[in-house]
Design a protein around this ligand. Structure first.
Ligand SMILES: *Cc1c(COP(=O)(O)O)cnc(C)c1O
Length: 376
């Protein structure tokens, strides 16, 4: 059996090595390392894929969120509603910009931000809502957009884990995650569903004015060289990374299918086990399985984690400490927030290896080891 990894980037690379190597060498041959043709092409291809007007490539997913928030002209102390059960980047940029994170609880089935909790958290100072499409499944965007429109609050989608997923509204209309709110943000960190070979990210919107503002912010606040109208930052996607993404974007849907097949295998293997709850699949959203995360009941989670590791199977706890309990937010007093679902999930979840290269033998081995521990 091939060794099992959480994410098997090497094996994936070997299948596309010729194209990737040629794309990288083409950039080197043209020495267009910064803002080269590959970056422009990728921005256009991603806009087509997502069905949006504008894509602004940038340096990473965290910058994408920061630039989106900077473009909305939020003022110090403005409140931004965010889930606590997410990767830290989502909430960190809120505090970095001197805004106030307002942490709300998760839906126990999907792990995504709970729209009822959003509505309750809204005050006159709420200036943005940041849903995260966690583990690869869309948050309840119909409910979130309704609340946002009612209160006239912009929505920034954190689409770092769900690129390629979509969401079906009750009127039958389907949209890609990231293309529903005011602004969508994503990451091309190597292990993401569409990953490059370093850091990368992108922002998207259908709003022309916001798009040109975000383009300026990502480029030192200039639209004309050496004339700086806004305080911005330097956040670029390298041409080499864009060239790699140009090879991988056409494969994204195939990669998603591979992840979904692996998830189907796990789901079947664990079906009917009362100690294991497999990932919930909402009827409205296509789950793209950035992570395959189980909830355990009456199982020593850390014991399972160790047992798997002893059997050469990596597993991860995403996330052991929710954002509202992180020391970095101590000054907001957020540890006192009452987020029972978030705390409960934090103690029960475990994520199994999930990537595009898992084969039958590996999946059988992983699931049989999980079951042997859970049923012992
Ligand atoms: C990965 C990730 C980010 C940040 O992306 P980087 O490219 O690592 O900066 C933001 N939000 C979520 C939910 C993520 O998973």
């Amino acid at each position: 059996m091939r060794p099992i990894h959480m994410v098997d980037l090497k094996q994936q690379y070997l299948h596309i090595k010729q194209d990737i190597d040629a794309a990288i060498h083409e950039v080197i041959d043209t020495v267009a390392f910064i803002n080269g043709k590959a970056v422009v092409d990728f921005g256009n291809s991603l806009a087509d894929y997502l069905g949006v007007k504008h894509v602004i490539p940038c340096a990473n997913g965290t910058d994408a969120l920061q630039i989106a928030m900077m473009a909305l002209d939020l003022q110090p102390g403005d409140e931004v509603i965010t889930p606590s059960y997410t990767y830290i980047a989502t909430t960190e940029v809120i505090a970095l910009l001197k805004l106030t994170p307002v942490f709300v609880d998760a839906d126990p089935k999907t792990f995504n931000i709970d729209p009822v909790a959003i509505e309750k958290a809204i005050t006159p100072r709420t200036k943005a809502i940041v849903p995260v499409h966690l583990y690869g499944q869309s948050a309840n965007m119909e409910a979130i957009m309704k609340i946002a429109e009612k209160h006239n609050i912009p929505v920034i989608e954190d689409n770092a884990q769900a690129i390629g997923s979509d969401y079906r509204f009750s009127n039958g209309q389907t949209k890609k995650t990231g293309s529903i709110g005011t602004i969508g943000c994503t990451s091309f960190f190597p292990s993401k569903n569409l990953g490059c070979y370093g850091d990368g990210g992108a922002i998207n919107t259908n709003d022309d004015a916001l798009a040109s503002k975000m383009r300026m912010i990502a480029n030192h606040g200039q639209s004309k060289r050496y004339y700086h109208d806004l305080v911005g930052c330097n956040s670029r996607l390298d041409s080499i990374q864009a060239a790699i993404l140009n090879v991988k974007l056409p494969l994204l849907d195939k990669y998603i299918d591979a992840r979904r097949s692996a998830a189907d295998f796990y789901d079947n293997a664990f079906a009917g086990n009362l100690k294991i709850t497999v990932p919930f699949r909402s009827a409205e959203s296509k789950h793209v399985f950035h992570q395959y995360t189980l909830q355990l009941e009456g199982v020593d989670r850390d014991g399972l984690n160790q047992f798997l590791s002893d059997n050469q199977i990596p597993s991860m706890i995403y996330y052991p400490v929710p954002a509202h309990r992180q020391q970095m937010f101590a000054s907001f007093g957020s540890a006192a927030c009452n987020l029972p679902v978030t705390d409960w999930l934090t103690e029960r979840v475990i994520s199994l290896p999930m990537h595009t290269e898992l084969d039958q033998e590996q999946l059988e081995y992983i699931s049989s080891k999980v079951l042997s521990y859970v049923n012992k």
